[in-house]
Design a protein around this ligand. Sequence first.
Ligand code: FES
Length: 99
Amino acid sequence: MRLCAVDDLDLGQMMRIELEGMDPLVLCNSNGRFVLLDDECTHAIASLSQGRLEGEILYCPLHGGSFDVNTGKAKSLPCKMALNTYTVEVRDGGVWMVD
Ligand code: FES
């Protein structure tokens, strides 16, 4: 499934992705690499795509907890549980979800 064009997401930017039948996802351009994770924070109800991406660390906008975008693992409190991560590939000028 094609998520967006490569040019749609500059370095360090994020985009909320809504696909039918799935919870919202967040697509990140982390250091030039595209990564896809759950958009909802595992601590409470907050959209991580409204937060801040610094390199490989995604900060929640609500309480400032953070996640490693490569693994989905929580990096700082109050977040403890990991986010699900999803496989993407870059092809034909687009970013595609593989799973
Ligand atoms: Fe994300 Fe609390 S809702 S850190």
